[in-house]
Design a protein around this ligand. Structure first.
Ligand code: SAH
Ligand code: SF4
Ligand code: F3S
Length: 455
């Protein structure tokens, strides 16, 4: 859908130099933002700046997965409006999942916004910016082309020790509480060769760790170089063989598609790190069914059992929603029980919030706020204890730590263990990107402390 509207402001065609991007939401949005920066650098030579006040183009990459998403966007836009009052040349774009859902409503409600674009159309940014400058129009691009976007992106310019590569877009699962299938569209997998190429360039630019991204990476089914469809386990095997790769991770996966091949990969592939984020949302069969998750409690527990058999040291994390419509004390008790039984290393816990356009939003949001709060607190308390125990288990062990960056404390560096725990230790900035042995001396709730083991 395209909707050119004449702009009330008079735009000059001053040169564009600087870009500010504000990113909300999941890692896929982080990835998309870095690709937008690549695109705008290639098209206009735009340089990223850290403050919106210094930018000629401001892009917001929005998320609508949980409550108050729309309000947050409009309030942030209020800030940008003040900047635009001073500098009418400023170009403001709103992209991402709120943009996909709100579309032209954003142009109406915020008349100083120049363009609105969805997660599948941001490759058209340079063309949109061109038209805005040339024709003084305001644009909305929220159609969902079959991931043509990846064919129109320049090579990634980000050089990092740890690189992210999106392997698939969208989601076909339609959990009843979730907006993602509506904002991101159907599941579409990138061809194997494209994924491998992008991984190779990240490795050539110095990455040692790669994280494969998608809303349901294990639903991957992409055209392989042999003309066959490759599933996620096959893709993992191919990525694992790339020269220079030391660590491989992926997120997020869905319990429904934990194939034998994928579970075995944790045993077979040395570079595949022993960590898995596997959202369960609830421990109650009744609620899982109402959520349309496609599995029950026992099926989830059996997957965990098989994973631990294949890879005994695997760390597990999850997502939970409390206060889904109709959730009783008994349902919630089963969630606590499941969490206790699995003993997750970490978890993200959310209060249910109805999202516009989702099936669950048609049911009454009938769990009172104080009850949601109390359930959230109870689950968080259980998770804190579970996480503390998981961290404490590392004390006294020597861990291979991928050094990431200086930590906040002067003279300290921070990195990650294979099972994704944060470790702080005395170190030097030049060690970033190296994998070094660290003896763990102390455990905190969310991190570890250790000392470098000198050769
Ligand atoms: N694709 C991933 C999850 C993506 S959204 C998966 O299925 O595992 C990330 C998390 O946000 C979800 O796992 C869920 O716990 C939470 N979430 C999504 N919609 C929500 C809603 N309406 N209210 C509260 N939490 C929600
Ligand atoms: Fe949302 Fe469910 Fe898809 Fe995850 S699997 S993105 S929770 S619909
Ligand atoms: Fe949010 Fe969209 Fe990601 S809704 S979680 S930014 S897919």
């Amino acid at each position: 859908m395209r909707a050119p509207v004449r702009s009330p402001d008079c735009m000059s065609s001053r040169s564009l130099d600087t870009l500010y991007i504000k990113t909300y939401g999941c890692q896929m949005n982080e990835y998309d933002s870095s690709r937008m920066a690549d695109l705008m650098r290639e098209a206009y030579g735009l340089r990223l700046v850290g403050r919106p006040e210094d930018a000629d183009v401001i892009l917001m990459n929005t998320c609508s997965v949980r409550e108050k998403a729309e309000e947050k966007v409009y309030s942030e836009l209020g800030r940008y409006r003040l900047i635009k009052d001073e500098r009418p040349d400023l170009i403001i774009g709103v992209g991402g999942c709120v943009a996909q859902q709100e579309g032209e409503r954003i142009l109406k409600r915020a008349p100083f916004v120049d363009m609105v674009f969805g997660p599948q159309t941001y490759h058209r940014l340079p063309e949109m910016v061109n038209r805005i400058r040339r024709e003084r129009v305001r644009l909305s691009e929220t159609d969902m082309p079959e991931i043509e976007k990846f064919d129109h992106l320049p090579a990634s310019g980000a050089a990092a020790h740890s690189a992210f590569v999106t392997i698939m877009e969208g989601c076909d699962k339609f959990c009843t509480f979730c907006v993602v299938p509506y904002t991101r569209g159907p599941e579409v997998s990138r061809p194997v060769a494209d994924v491998l190429d992008e991984c190779r360039s990240a490795l050539a630019a110095g990455a040692v760790e790669i994280t494969l991204l998608g809303q349901n990476v294990n639903g991957y089914l992409g055209p392989g170089p042999d003309g066959e469809e490759w599933d996620f386990a096959m893709l993992l095997h191919a990525v694992a063989e790339l020269e220079g790769l030391k660590r491989l991770r992926f997120t997020t996966s869905h319990p429904m598609e934990m194939s034998d091949g994928l579970i075995e990969a944790f045993a077979e592939l040395d570079v595949l790190m022993p960590y898995l984020h596997l959202p369960v949302q609830s421990g109650s069969n009744r609620i899982l069914k109402a959520m349309h998750r496609g599995h029950d409690r026992d099926q989830y527990l059996r997957i965990i059992e098989r994973l631990r058999k294949a890879c005994p040291e695997i760390a597990l994390s999850s997502d939970f929603i409390v206060g889904f419509p109709g959730e009783t004390d008994e349902d919630f008790e089963q969630t606590l029980e499941l969490a206790r039984e699995v003993g997750f290393d970490s978890a993200f816990c959310f209060k249910y919030s109805p999202r516009p356009g989702t099936p669950a939003a048609r049911s009454e949001d009938d769990v009172p706020e104080p009850v949601k709060d109390a359930r959230l607190q109870a689950l968080l308390a259980l998770m804190r204890e579970s996480s503390r125990r998981a961290h404490a288990r590392h004390v006294g062990h020597v861990e291979e730590v991928l050094v990431e960056k200086p930590s906040r404390a002067e003279g300290d560096m921070q990195g990650r263990t294979p099972d994704f725990k944060i470790v702080h230790f005395r170190g030097q900035a030049r060690q970033a990107g190296q994998i070094l042995p660290v003896r763990i001396t102390e455990a905190y709730g969310q991190s570890l402390r250790g000392e470098l083991v000198l050769a």
